[in-house]
Ligand binder design. Structure first.
Ligand code: GLC
Length: 753
């Protein structure tokens, strides 16, 4: 008995090593050992209570470590485009610190619009440095939910309508964040494509749609990006809540994809004791025992993975197998982040970060149409008239959990005044939209009130354009309720606040009106053929105004491409029934039910299939210069790649494609060469074409370069739900390459047998 009692102590001593400093330290503290060795050594040292404490929150954004062993707490922070201001221990409201105003980076729809993996790496590294400096271990972002409906209030936080684009653009971001010893927490897993009743709706869809459209961006983040954390989403998938959805978390994420990190619940997304224990949830936050709505004394021990868990273990109703797996994953996260073997220090509000924000925001700006009025040239002593609320409204505050407190936010008007110091830059409101200026007690300090009538606002704007050298309308959406805002969806894609009428009236009076739409989601542009130029701007963060002015003045040659289709009208889209969106109530069902009846036909896949004309197509974006394409060159052994393979396979390259691209204009610029794969006719209906490659080339005037694409076997595959396999059909395939999904310049055919 004596020996047995001593065994843990003996094992602990045996597990000690003398580290380079010569001190006797336990393996889990020995920075020369691997993460896995340190996890294996730490886990058996923990009591059951200590393991359970690792799996749930102790405050709004933190969970307990193991104080007795010197293992630190885990601190999470929003969001995907900046480090959220510190909040009170158990409140959403900010804590009023004076040292937590961050660099606000562009929202991710802007990053996606750059179609530039280098911008994504720069973004991830920069925001990762800010998170590390603020001593945060898990960054609650990026979000990669597919833009299934233009109405989704959180499209601005996501990366568009195509799973390949979202997947390729999220990988460098994840790597950049994690280089700083901060876990990227990719969200919201999965099929969380709307805000309406997001905590009470089951997304119901077939496996082909799930595997071809809604999983690939998450799969890329995990299997290529090696994401250390994933956030379960509020909704249900096929009838089970996603923060403890067995199919998504155990079968697919941890099973097929071999994910070794932590599954974090969304705040309040954990809804059931037993499922939380058994179905793969590792860290529970924000649960509705007053952990979400308000402070409660010791509300945290009521969490599903707290006392109820301990009670089930004590009663023998569950073992500790699942607990050991959860605790090991949390320890692994700690040893990858706050206890990483190589120290990281990060940086905050650095000039480099503001420069990165400006560069990314400019690179994501999309020139949709230009009759030559851009780039803008206002002579000294000239007059530039700027009209619209979004020329002055600060947008970093608001929108939900991604709202930020930033050191500064340059508005478009300020930047245009800076750009033309010797001109008379006049601003008129044009319309009044949203006059709110605060979120969670963070306030922009602006006063946006205006008592004029709509008619007066318009007549004042029309009067102001007298003698102007150029007129720019800057409008769009904002971060308030019913706009680009977490928790709500829009009701339509028509511009709010009567902006269409203002634009039409201005277009009558101005020969070449320039319209800038600032939004994170598609809007309708019925006046497109009445204006001179149209620019899609985004929520660009601290440097949003400078970035827009850089593009408008030509300081930066626009190279952004649309990450989602701009339809002419909402009704043209694939969601035709309540069943499809926003969901219905069904007899005997506790939750709302939504059916993805459109299957894989979302975004351009739908408009291609129905041959519906759109305002501006997926991948569209102009430049101030022109590009020409040569012929496509193909090499590889695609010919023999027909057949089927299991999920997780098919990564080997089977086809290499190259194409020469030349900048034939007089201005340096960047071209996003896009490659689409077009399958042969078959008995399974497939999209006409699917994006399977893109390459952004920076080309000086007159310079030529070569766009290269490497296609794995998976690039040709569809998912066969019955066989649970990817399948490559034989036949004549077309490879189309061009400047957008609707501007394809060269093609080649591939015979696959
Ligand atoms: C929110 C969001 C999630 C965010 C979390 C913490 O409800 O859905 O994206 O990270 O809760 O704020």
């Amino acid at each position: 008995m004596k020996f047995k009692a001593l065994l843990p102590a003996i094992l602990a001593i045996a597990a000690c090593t003398t580290n380079p400093a010569g001190k006797n330290v336990p393996v889990y503290l020995d920075l020369s050992r691997s993460v896995e060795e340190r996890v294996a050594d730490a886990l058996p040292r923990l009591t059951t209570e200590e393991k359970v404490a690792l799996t749930h929150a102790q405050s709004k954004f933190s969970s307990r470590g193991v104080p007795r062993l010197g293992i630190p707490e885990v601190w999470c922070t929003d969001g995907p485009h900046g480090i959220r201001p510190e909040v009170l221990w158990d409140e959403w409201d900010q804590a009023g610190w004076t040292n937590d105003s961050c660099t606000a980076f562009p929202a991710l729809s802007c990053l996606a619009a750059t179609w530039d993996k280098e911008m994504s790496l720069l973004f991830g590294r920069s925001i990762g440095e800010e998170a590390r400096y603020r001593k945060k271990d898990i960054l609650l972002g990026p979000g990669v939910n597919i833009c299934r409906t233009p109405l989704n209030g959180r499209n601005f936080e996501y990366m568009g309508e195509d799973p390949y684009l979202a997947g390729q653009m999220v990988v460098p971001y994840v790597k950049g964040v994690q280089e700083n010893g901060v876990a990227a927490c990719v969200k919201h897993f999965a099929v969380n494509n709307q805000e309406v009743r997001r905590t009470a709706t089951s997304s119901n869809l077939d496996d082909r749609t799930l595997y071809e459209i809604y999983l690939p961006a998450f799969e890329a983040a995990v299997r290529e990006g090696n994401a250390w954390a994933i956030m379960g989403s509020y909704n249900l998938y096929n009838g089970q809540f996603n923060c403890h959805n067995k199919r998504l978390l155990l079968d697919i994420l941890k099973g097929e994809w071999g994910f070794d990190g932590v599954v974090v619940s969304d705040w309040g997304g954990c809804r059931d004791d037993d499922e939380a224990i058994l179905n793969g949830l590792d860290m529970e936050f924000g649960t509705w025992t007053n952990g979400l709505t308000g402070a409660a004394s010791d509300g945290y021990s009521n969490y599903h993975l707290a006392n109820p868990y301990l009670q089930r273990i004590a009663d023998g109703r569950v073992g500790t197998k699942e607990l050991d797996d959860k605790a090991a994953r949390v320890l692994r996260t700690i040893f990858r982040t706050s206890m990483a073997s190589e120290p990281h220090f990060g940086s905050f509000n650095s000039p480099e970060h503001y420069a990165a924000a400006r560069r990314i925001a400019a690179a994501g700006t999309v020139l949709l149409q230009n009759n030559g009025i851009l780039p803008l040239n206002v002579p000294d002593g000239g007059k530039l008239v700027v009209i619209g609320e979004n020329a002055v409204k600060k947008m970093v505050v608001g929108g939900g959990s991604s709202s930020l407190k930033t050191n500064y936010e340059i508005t478009p008007l300020e930047a245009l005044q800076e750009a033309f110091p010797a001109a008379d830059v006049v601003w008129e409101r044009g319309y009044v939209g949203d006059t709110s200026t605060s979120y969670n007690k963070v306030d922009t300090g602006q006063d946006l009130t205006d008592s004029r009538s709509a008619a007066k606002l318009l007549s004042d704007a029309i009067a102001a354009i007298e003698g102007a050298d150029a007129v720019i309308f800057i409008g769009g959406l904002n971060k308030s309720g019913g706009q680009d805002n977490e928790g709500t969806d829009r009701a339509d894609i028509i511009l709010p606040y009567g902006q269409d009428a203002v634009i039409e009236a201005l277009a009558e009076a101005v020969p070449s009106l320039i319209v800038v739409n600032i939004s994170g989601s598609p809007v309708a542009m019925p006046w497109a053929d009445k204006v001179g130029a149209i620019v899609q701007g985004w929520y660009g963060g601290s440097e949003t105004g400078h970035a827009l002015a850089d593009v408008l003045t030509g300081a930066v040659n626009p190279s952004g491409r649309l990450p989602f289709t701009l339809p002419k009208a909402l009704a043209d889209g694939p969601l035709k029934t309540e069943r499809q969106y926003p969901g219905i109530q069904e007899e005997g069902q506790e939750w709302w039910q939504e059916y993805y009846d459109e299957g894989v036909f979302v975004g351009y896949r739908w408009y291609d299939k129905q041959q519906i004309p759109v305002q501006f197509p997926f991948g569209h974006g102009l430049s101030y210069t022109e590009f020409e394409y040569g012929n496509a060159g193909l090499s590889g052994k695609a010919i023999g790649c027909a057949g089927s393979f299991s999920p997780g396979q098919g990564e080997e390259e089977v086809l290499k494609v190259t194409v020469k691209v030349s900048n034939t204009g007089s201005i340096d610029g960047a071209e996003v060469a896009q490659l689409y794969v077009c399958p042969p006719e078959g008995d399974v209906e497939r999209p006409v074409k699917e994006l399977r490659g893109f390459d952004k080339l920076q080309l000086a005037a007159g310079e030529s370069g070569t766009a290269t694409f490497s296609l794995p076997r998976r690039a040709f595959a569809r998912f066969d739900a019955d066989a649970h396999k990817w399948v490559v059909d034989p036949g004549q395939w077309r490879i189309e390459i061009g400047s957008s999904s609707a501007d394809l310049r060269t093609s080649a055919t591939v015979e696959i047998r």
